[in-house]
Ligand binder design. Structure first.
Ligand SMILES: NC(=O)c1ccc[n+]([C@@H]2O[C@H](COP(=O)([O-])OP(=O)(O)OC[C@H]3O[C@@H](n4cnc5c(N)ncnc54)[C@H](O)[C@@H]3O)[C@@H](O)[C@H]2O)c1
Ligand SMILES: CC(C)[C@H](C(=O)O)[C@@H](O)C(=O)O
Ligand SMILES: [Mg+2]
Length: 360
C-alpha cells in the first residue's frame, strides 16, 4: 500500500539529519517493498523565513494530507529576537497542538556497544530500557494566563501549569497500555508535595490504575528525586509517565544514559495523526558541519514504520541496521569517546544504508 510522508527538516542540523533518514526511506523503497512517497515543507525558522509563519499554511495542509510526519528540529539564535508567536519553537508547539499529538513516546535504550560513550559506569547503564511517556499538548507550555507584566515598577513573568482530569487520564492510559507490552511497571512523576496540579495528576493516575490497570505495578515519584534516580539506578524504571515540562527535562537527562542525545528518537501520537522526531534540537553549535548524529532521526523512522505505516518488519530491519553499524564501531563525534575515529553525519547515514542493504 502506498504511504505518504510529510518531511519537515526545519533548522540547524534538521536538514542534515533528515537527509540521512530520507536515504534510509529510499533504500526501503528500492531494496525492500516499502511504497512510500514524501514531500518536504517548511517548519520553524525555515517556515518563518519563507512565509512569515513558523507553521505555514502549506505545511499544515501537507501534514493533514499525509499518513505520517517526519520532523528534524527547529530553532536557532538568528530567530531569538522575534516575538514569541513567530519564533521557530512556536511552529513546533503549533503543529503538535494542531495535530492533537498528546502522547510523546521517548524510548531510552542503552546500546551495549556504546557503554564507553556514557559518563556513567557500565554496570549502572547496561541493559537500561526506559520509555518516557510525556504529555505533549497541555501543562505549563500551553496554560493560561501567561505573560510578562509590570508590577510595582518591576517586570514579572508568569505561566500556568494546569491539567484537566481528562488530559491526565488519556496520557496515563497510554502509559499503562505501553507498560503491559513491556515490563508492566509505570512510575508517575510529578511534584505533588508542592503543586496542586500534581496532586490532581496523582489522584487521577491512582483512580485509573484501580479501575482498569491494577495488574500493572504503579509507583509515584517526585520529579526532583526522579532526576536523581535516573542517574543513580536507571534500571529501576520501565515506563515513566509525566507532564510536558518534566518530560522534556527528564528525557534529555535520560538520553545521556545512552551516551548521546543524538540517539533518542520519539513518536508524538494523537487520535488521528502522528509525528516522528528526534528528541534533540537544532544544535546550532554543530549545524552546517556535517557532524551531527543522525541515528535518533533514523530510529524515529523505525518508530514511524512500526506505529503509523504498519511495517513492523521494516522497523526491525532499520533497528538491526543501526545495531550492525554500531557493532562495526562507526561513531559520530558525540559517540566517539573511547578514542574511536569519528565519522560525519552523512557517512553515518551511508553506513546505516549499507547495513540495511545487506539485510535485503
Ligand atoms: N524538537 C526540536 O525541534 C527542539 C528540541 C530541543 C531544542 N530545540 C531548539 O534547538 C535550539 C538549540 O537548543 P539547545 O542547544 O538547547 O539543544 P540541542 O538539543 O539543539 O543541543 C544541545 C547539545 O546537544 C548537541 N546535540 C544535539 N543533537 C545532536 C546530534 N544529533 N548529534 C550530536 N550532537 C547533538 C548539540 O550540539 C548541543 O551541544 C534552540 O532553538 C531550541 O529551542 C528544538
Ligand atoms: C523546542 C521545544 C519547544 C521542545 C519542547 O520543549 O517540547 C523541545 O525541547 C523538545 O523536547 O521537543
Ligand atoms: Mg526538549
Amino acid at each position: 500500500m502506498a504511504v505518504s510522508i510529510a518531511v519537515l527538516p526545519g533548522d540547524g542540523i534538521g536538514p542534515e539529519i533528515v537527509r540521512e533518514a530520507v536515504k534510509v526511506l529510499e533504500v526501503l523503497n528500492k531494496r525492500f517493498d516499502l511504497d512510500a512517497t514524501w514531500k518536504e515543507a517548511g517548519i520553524g525558522g525555515a517556515g518563518f523565513d519563507a512565509s512569515g509563519d513558523p507553521y505555514p499554511k502549506a505545511t499544515r495542509e501537507l501534514v493533514h494530507a499525509s499518513d505520517a510526519v517526519l520532523l528534524g528540529a527547529v530553532g536557532g539564535p538568528q530567530w531569538e529576537a522575534l516575538d514569541k508567536p513567530l519564533r521557530p519553537e512556536a511552529g513546533l508547539l503549533g503543529i503538535r497542538a494542531d495535530l492533537g499529538l498528546f502522547a510523546n513516546y521517548r524510548p531510552t535504550k542503552v546500546h551495549s556497544q556504546l557503554l564507553d560513550a556514557s559518563t556513567l559506569k557500565p554496570d549502572v547503564i547496561d541493559g537500561v530500557d526506559i520509555l518516557v511517556v510525556r504529555e505533549l499538548v497541555s501543562g505549563i507550555y500551553f496554560g493560561q494566563p501567561r505573560g510578562i507584566e509590570t508590577v510595582d515598577g518591576e517586570r514579572r513573568g508568569y505561566n500556568t501549569m494546569a491539567y484537566r482530569e481528562s488530559e491526565v487520564r488519556r496520557i496515563a492510559r497510554k502509559a499503562f497500555e505501553a507498560a503491559r507490552l513491556r515490563s508492566n511497571k509505570v512510575c508517575s512523576v510529578e511534584k505533588a508535595n508542592v503543586l496542586e496540579v500534581s496532586e490532581l495528576w496523582r489522584s487521577v493516575v491512582i483512580e485509573l490504575h484501580q479501575a482498569e490497570f491494577s495488574d500493572v505495578e504503579l509507583s509515584h515519584m517526585y520529579v526532583d528525586n526522579a532526576a536523581m534516580q535516573l542517574i543513580r539506578n536507571p534500571k529501576q524504571f520501565d515506563v515513566i509517565v509525566t507532564g510536558n515540562l518534566f518530560g522534556d527535562i527528564l528525557s534529555d537527562e535520560a538520553s545521556m544514559l545512552t551516551g548521546s542525545i543524538g540517539m533518542l528518537p520519539s513518536a508524538s501520537i494523537g487520535e488521528q495523526f502522528a509525528m516522528y522526531e528526534p528528541i534533540h534540537g537544532s544544535a546550532p553549535d554543530i549545524a552546517g558541519k556535517d557532524m551531527a548524529n543522525p541515528l535518533a532521526t533514523i530510529l524515529s523512522v523505525a518508530m514511524m514504520l512500526r506505529f503509523s505505516l504498519n511495517r513492523i518488519d521494516l522497523a526491525e530491519k532499520v533497528e538491526q541496521a543501526v545495531e550492525h553499524t554500531l557493532d562495526a564501531g562507526i561513531r559520530t563525534t558525540d559517540l566517539a569517546y573511547a578514542g574511536e575515529q569519528a565519522v560525519s553525519c552523512s557517512a553515518m547515514g551511508d553506513a546505516v544504508c549499507s547495513a540495511l542493504e545487506a539485510l535485503a
